[in-house]
Design a binder for this molecule. Structure first.
Ligand SMILES: [Zn+2]
Length: 90
């Protein structure tokens, strides 16, 4: 299968993609491609980052909006980032 590995943030947003032909069939290798250091990979896996193999149609549907900045994840992320932390009432 000619597919793409997509890199998915914990919030579901796709942050990157790479050809399956280039990295091979293992999710571990795809992760390595984006995150070379094993300590960083462990941290990301624990935080909920995922790497999934998709076909061209799925890439268009799931990855394209994210990678072109047109997805809701990005809007949500920005909104959350702009909200100041609530002050804790004592
Ligand atoms: Zn997104």
């Amino acid at each position: 299968m000619k597919g793409f590995w997509i890199r998915i943030a914990p919030d579901g947003c796709v942050h990157g993609s790479v050809h399956e032909e280039y990295v091979g069939p293992l999710a571990e290798d795809a992760h390595k491609e984006f995150t070379p250091r094993v300590a960083d990979r462990r941290k990301e896996a624990a935080a909920g980052w995922q790497h999934q193999l998709v076909n061209g149609a799925d890439w268009d549907r799931r990855a394209k909006p994210c990678l072109t900045g047109r997805c809701n994840h990005t809007a949500l992320g920005r909104r959350v980032k702009d909200v100041p932390l609530p002050e804790v009432a004592s």
